[in-house]
Write a protein that binds this ligand. Structure first.
Ligand code: HDE
Length: 703
């Protein structure tokens, strides 16, 4: 009040207290700083000028105008104004880590690439995972493809394997990429939906682009709902070539296999996770690495000759096709360990620039037209995203081997090249860089006969065989999830003819799938199937395409929540913790208040999470250790009932002692193999190592 009065009638007496208030602020900041300890270097401007006051701008009088002269304020604000760079047009939301790749099996016979031929060699890597459609600030768990990009800092320069967690892609030709991306992103007139494919424009495009159907099968499967980035596979997608010392070429496809096994969430879980923890995957990766539980992947290759490629019943240069591993087996050649979280998110995870054109001698491209387009796109986008041609000098992008050339100048040149020579050939300088016999060479591949034109090869025309292969290779629960995902997505499509066109396509893939989706949408009658350029073939099912079949029964790397309240049995909590941690999982104690609960032994057990903010969705299994009074109390808490109901609905194992009965009853938990006594740690570990698929038909209607 005194201040406001002073505004209309400034006087000496009112100004004095304001000035001293500002001094007090300074004093409080100093005091807090002193309490925090440590050795602090002097704060300076970007020009190195020491800053005495970082709390107050320079003003003409304590309540008067701010002075333009305040270069410290201007520099700080100007830098802040420029803190954001354009986000990636796709894959904007990502999380990354440093680590290494260790070769365990030499491919010397096939390639001169040192990174793939020197067993035991550890190559530093930087690996970034991403969602595709959402912006940088979007959530971690939408239904979406995940990017899986690895930069290998090899002795022969950077090799970027820029892949996804799905081995095929939506389109066959790079010229369609802007269309598929526009269609899935927010609709341009309304600016929504963010990070979701369940809308008209996406399905309109897909219904008119049958080549996308194989990828759609994958996208609608649980592959796009990963439980953790530590539990996804990665694929280089395209065929690449390996070139050996005789110039001989062998085709190769790259696969990453998570050591923790492949695992997904259910759709309902993913939806709820988006609200419960928008950073679920980033936090999970961060916590694992910080706690020393370093995620690992095996790198495996499929190697095949031109003759084998020619004998395949599809074209391996078509990125909408995969080579079943039952046809060309996988050979594990090494492992990747991610063991260091970046020091700074922006400097590393945001500024890292991957490019499929970054390959090293001994590796070469194939003629896949999607890959060929990508070879151009990434450098182009990075020139604008990172502001100029010197982004390779940003530490996360710079090769770790020596590099030298005659490219010069440009925005943000960080190096100071010496000497007169910036051209080649030259004779004036003894240390100017020169070509080397060990340098990169392209495969001497004879060009095919043919006519120039905008032509899609006939061998790319079969759009239904591999979607059928994928669908028919799935386990029953996975088929039901896939059909339900299609029903969900198409139910969000407002345009009837788009929904009908999609069901028409499904008829070529599998009649039962089409029927399930048509029924799920409540369609009267079956829409017509469109003409198919090539009649779909039946390939032998490939069980390797499943998740459930491949899922390891394990608790390793997973998390279990134990719900406690005052009076919970201390011995049971201890025994559970020991067993769960012994199985390689982490334990989080959840209680009504963060302060925790006083257990039966009279001791206070602090909670890791407050019940209202720690739903069971963030766990792989739960235990309810409650006294009868505790159970009765929590049976009146909506968050506790949801905790249990969701765990049951998400097919998770539940260990419950007698005291928990009031809550389990309220939550509608029915006895099954996944509901065990809290005292039976052996049964709990067994049940918690997998989801209770048999329970699903009892808790939800699937298509
Ligand atoms: Fe990308 N893609 N892409 N893509 N892509 C980008 O590059 C592009 C494709 C993939 O963590 C962009 O630096 C075209 C297939 C990943 O930083 C952009 C085509 C696969 C990442 C681009 C494709 C991928 C990207 C956006 C069709 C799996 C994130 C920002 C011809 C094999 C890398 C950037 C990271 C990023 C273009 C298709 C994977 C715009 C034109 C197929 C993992 O340049």
């Amino acid at each position: 009040m005194a201040t406001r009065k002073s505004k209309s009638a400034p006087s000496k007496s009112t100004r004095t207290p304001v000035r001293s208030a500002s001094k007090d602020l300074r004093g409080a900041a100093d005091e807090l700083h002193q309490q925090s300890g440590g050795t602090h270097p002097p704060l300076t401007t970007q020009q190195g000028i020491p800053v005495a006051d970082n709390q107050n701008s320079l003003r003409a009088t304590p309540r008067g105008p701010t002075l333009l002269e305040d270069f410290i304020l201007r520099e700080k604000i100007t830098h802040f104004d420029h803190e954001r760079i354009p986000e990636r047009i796709v894959h904007a939301r990502g999380s990354a880590a440093h680590g290494y790749f260790e070769l365990t099996k030499s491919l010397k016979k096939y390639t001169t690439a040192r990174v793939l031929s020197e067993v035991g060699e550890r190559t530093p890597v930087f690996c970034r995972f991403s969602t595709v459609a959402g912006g940088a600030g979007s959530v971690d768990t939408p239904r979406d493809v995940r990017g899986f990009a690895v930069k290998f800092y090899t002795q022969d320069g950077n090799w970027d394997l820029v892949g996804n967690n799905i081995p095929v892609f939506f389109i066959q030709d790079a010229i369609k990429f802007p269309d598929v991306v526009h269609s899935v992103k927010m609709e341009p007139d309304r600016g929504f939906p963010q990070s979701a494919s369940a809308h008209d424009t996406f399905w309109d495009f897909i219904s008119l682009t049958p080549e996308a159907l194989h990828m759609i099968m994958w996208a609608m499967s649980d592959r796009t709902l990963p439980r953790s980035l530590r539990m996804i596979e990665g694929f280089g997608v395209h065929s690449f070539r390996l070139i050996n010392d005789r110039g001989h070429s062998t085709f190769v496809k790259f696969h990453w296999r998570p050591r923790l096994g492949l695992q997904s969430t259910l759709w309902d879980e993913a939806v709820k996770l988006a609200g419960a923890d928008p950073d679920f995957h980033r936090r999970d990766l961060f916590n694992a690495i910080q706690s020393g539980a370093f995620p690992e992947w095996d790198l495996a290759v499929q190697l095949f000759t031109q003759e084998q490629a020619d004998a395949l019943p599809f074209d391996h240069l078509d990125a909408t096709k995969l080579i079943p591993e039952e046809m060309v087996p996988l050979t594990v050649i090494g492992r990747m360990v991610l063991d260091r979280w970046p020091d700074n998110f922006f400097a590393e995870t945001e500024q890292v620039a991957y490019c499929p054109a970054n390959i090293v001698p001994g590796i070469d491209f194939s003629n896949d037209p999607l890959l060929q387009g990508r070879l151009f796109s990434y450098l182009d986008t990075q020139l604008i995203r990172l502001g100029g041609p010197n982004f390779h000098q940003i530490p996360v992008n710079a090769p770790k081997c020596p590099f030298a050339n005659l490219q010069r100048d440009g925005h943000m040149q960080m190096q100071i090249p010496r000497g007169r020579v910036n051209y080649d050939p030259s004779s004036l300088q003894q240390d100017s860089p020169r070509e080397t016999a060990r340098g990169f060479g392209s495969t001497a591949e004879p060009a095919e006969e043919g006519t120039k034109g905008r032509i899609r090869a006939e061998s790319f025309a079969d759009h239904y065989t591999q979607p059928r292969l994928f669908y028919r290779s799935q386990s029953a629960p996975e088929q039901a999830h896939l059909a339900s995902a299609l029903v969900f997505e198409l139910s969000k499509v407002e345009t009837a003819h788009v929904r009908e066109a999609m069901v028409g396509h499904l008829r070529h893939i599998d009649a039962d799938l089409a029927k399930r989706v048509a029924d799920g949408l409540g369609m009267e009658g079956m829409p017509p199937a469109p003409p198919a350029a090539v009649k779909p073939q039946d390939m032998s099912p490939s069980p390797a395409l499943q998740i459930i079949g491949k899922m390891k029964a394990t608790l390793e790397g997973r998390a279990v929540g134990i719900l406690v309240h005052d009076g919970s049995d201390a011995g049971t909590v201890r025994a559970l913790r020991k067993a769960i941690e012994g199985a390689g999982a982490t334990v989080k104690i959840v209680a009504l208040k963060l302060g925790g609960a006083t257990l039966s032994d009279g001791k206070r057990l602090p909670a890791d999470g407050q019940l209202a903010g720690t739903p069971s969705i963030v766990f792989d299994a739960v235990a309810l250790v409650l006294s009868a009074a505790g159970g009765a109390r929590l049976a009146k808490e909506a968050a506790a009932i949801d905790f249990v109901r969701d765990a049951f609905g998400h097919l998770k194992a539940i260990a419950a002692d007698d005291g928990a009965q009031a809550v389990t009853e309220m939550a509608g938990v029915e006895k099954d193999d996944g509901v065990v006594a809290a005292s039976d740690t052996v049964a709990f570990l067994k049940a918690a190592a997998k989801r209770q698929w048999d329970r699903e038909p009892r808790v939800r209607t699937l298509a």
